[in-house]
Design a protein around this ligand. Structure first.
Ligand SMILES: Cc1ncc(COP(=O)(O)O)c(C=O)c1O
Length: 294
């Protein structure tokens, strides 16, 4: 078990200042905690440089705008703070977590007098979000009983804390049954994504992935689509029914934390994994790409 995140050492950037890690606390009376009135980002630095840092900051501001949070800093200030924090923590490869949340100036659902807090933390022990041996063998997924809601039910383009409880419950469901992760369907019953990552399927030279019309169109997803297209693969974004999954040879997840992670099975459907797969090749290509861009 890694050291509790609350008990670590180092620095956290909070509301414009670098403060010692253990002092970066927030009062229990806060709208962020009670009503999940918060948005966040998940980013990775390779060789000291964040992959697609500006895109992540733009998404943070867009997420905030969607849920009505006005971040009291500029995008440039957040970009600079992220870089400075990585330097102060002496990290080369690390995970970066910006967060903006409504504080405790006001309680209740109204936001008329809410105050906004912004913080950034970085850590270097998420080298792999899934255990390295699990990534090598491929993950076993089970379909979650929880579904991604309709676009007029939850703000799907915002990386907002509230909707993450669906992911948390799905992940817990999967882990309690001995699986690594859950496949989430959407409100119509189409295949949507993993609990913290997007999903792709491969058959020969064809790559299929669900249309991101009710879940996050991941920054990694977009980078992988571009990379695969440049390599001559045909990418189709379409609505995929769960019963179609067994037509594919390979499947993988993409996300900042998951990077590219092969899937070995979803429920009873098995996929090919290992050194001769397209997924394995993509993992190498992706690693080269993120390291080159830094
Ligand atoms: C629910 C969910 N879907 C997809 C993604 C992938 O997004 P990205 O590639 O931008 O990290 C994430 C990770 O942030 C996620 O939490």
């Amino acid at each position: 078990m890694s050291k509790s995140f609350e008990k670590r050492e180092g620095w956290i950037w909070m509301n414009g200042q670098f403060i010692p890690w253990q002092n970066a606390t927030s009062h229990i009376i806060s709208q962020g905690l009670h009503y999940a009135s918060a948005v966040f980002e998940g980013e990775r630095a390779y060789n000291g440089k964040i992959f697609k840092s500006e895109e992540h900051t733009k998404r943070l501001f867009k997420s905030a705008e969607i849920i009505g949070i006005n971040i009291p800093f500029t995008e440039d200030e957040i970009n600079e703070a992220k870089n400075e924090l990585i330097r102060k923590m002496n990290y080369k490869d690390c995970y970066v977590r910006p967060l903006a949340w409504r504080g405790g100036d006001q309680m209740g659902i109204s936001t008329n007098n809410s105050n906004i807090n912004v913080a950034i933390a970085v850590w270097d022990d998420w080298a792999s979000y899934f255990k390295i041996e699990d990534r090598k063998a491929g993950l076993r997924l089970i379909t979650s009983p929880w579904k991604r809601p309709a676009p007029d039910t939850a703000p799907y383009q915002a990386k907002a804390s509230g909707p993450y409880i669906i992911c948390t419950m799905s992940k817990e469901f999967a882990e309690q049954k001995g699986f690594h992760d859950a496949l989430m369907l959407d409100y119509r019953g189409y295949v949507a994504e993993g609990t913290g990552a997007n999903i792709f399927f491969i058959k020969n030279n064809d790559i299929h992935t669900p249309i991101p019309d009710c879940f996050l169109n991941g920054i990694t997803r977009q980078a992988v689509i571009k990379m695969a297209m440049e390599q001559g693969f045909k990418i189709t974004e379409r609505h995929i029914l769960p019963e179609e999954i067994n037509n594919y040879d390979e499947a993988f997840l993409t996300g900042t934390a998951a990077e590219i992670t092969p899937i070995s099975s979803i429920d009873d459907v098995k996929f090919t994994t290992g050194g001769n797969t397209t997924t394995f090749k993509f993992m190498g290509d992706f690693s080269e790409m993120v390291n080159k861009s830094s």
